[in-house]
Design a protein around this ligand. Structure first.
Ligand code: MF3
Ligand code: CO
Length: 276
């Protein structure tokens, strides 16, 4: 596992700001009638305007700046000309390169009024991400993060996808370790300050497999049930989890003082990152 120095975390935080602002620009346009291709264009412009580079575009040949996964699509949906419709849910996944480092995040949005079940699915998926984030503390183990996510999802009566997992992230987009959304507490590698993970629970209404269509990307549920996907890029610090991709208003835990053991030159407490 690669541990980042404080200066590297600062660069990742800058990538994360661009990424979340671009998602904010997309979010403002989400409504019935808009196409995912239109959202994709807005995301690309927003990233480029801020000096970043879309991380997904061209990655193993992926065509989009966004993954737009509608209804039964779990992940890796490709933006297209289909207008979003009232009652749909759409998971929007976005990644940005900046200064040699990557940020990765996703959220699932409701298009107008959605079913109670769809709303409960989104809520449980968001709560599971938060539980995983809360477990990102020095001395905990990776299995604590995985188990926390799984527990919230299963408590809500939903199913954790096994076919795709979260990942380490930094100067490569996907790096060690893999971060399953299921597992056993107290197992796996110990979390240390400077570790950065993209935690991304993918949750389905029922127990079902996930398939990949002939386009090589689109990954729907085998039985057609709804799926949700949310993601944050999160650093372990001595003061607890630092959610790099969270809007300031969501960054929980308040002030983050970076005192990573791996800080360049042994600097400690150099930066205070203010959440609220
Ligand atoms: N968050 C997704 C992941 O980590 C997004 C990758 S999309 C791809 O796998 F197109 F770039 F593959
Ligand atoms: Co990811």
């Amino acid at each position: 596992m690669i541990l980042k120095r404080a200066a590297e975390l600062d660069t990742m935080a800058a990538a994360a700001v661009i990424n979340r602002e671009a998602l904010g620009a997309v979010e403002a346009l989400i409504a019935p009638g808009v196409t995912t291709a239109e959202l994709n264009a807005v995301a690309e412009d927003a990233i480029l305007a801020r000096g970043g580079k879309p991380a997904f575009k061209g990655y193993h040949g992926f065509p989009g700046t966004l993954c737009t996964s509608v209804n039964e699509v779990v992940v890796h949906g490709m933006p297209d000309g289909r207008p979003l419709e009232e009652g749909d849910i759409v998971s929007i996944d976005i990644g940005t390169w900046y200064g040699g480092y990557a940020a990765d995040m996703a959220r699932t949005y409701a298009i107008g009024r959605i079913s109670d079940e769809a709303q409960r699915l989104i809520d449980a998926t968001e709560r599971s991400l938060q539980a995983g984030i809360d477990a990102m503390r020095p001395g905990n183990r990776l299995g604590d993060v995985s188990a926390a996510i799984q527990h919230v999802v299963e408590d809500a009566g939903f199913w954790v996808v096994r076919e795709f997992v979260g990942h380490g992230i930094g100067s490569t987009f996907h790096e060690q370790p893999n971060v399953p959304n299921f597992g056993r507490a107290g197992t796996g590698p110990v979390l240390r300050p400077g570790l950065v993970l993209a935690i991304e629970p993918m949750v389905t209404v029922r127990r079902t497999a996930v398939e990949v269509l002939e386009d090589g990307w689109t990954a729907p549920t085998a039985d057609g049930c709804l799926a949700a996907h949310v993601e944050h890029t999160v650093a372990v610090t001595d003061d607890g989890p630092w959610v790099l991709t969270a809007p300031e208003s969501d960054a929980h835990g308040g002030v983050r003082v970076l005192t990573t053991a791996s800080s360049a030159g042994g600097r400690t407490g150099r930066e205070a990152h203010h959440g609220a």
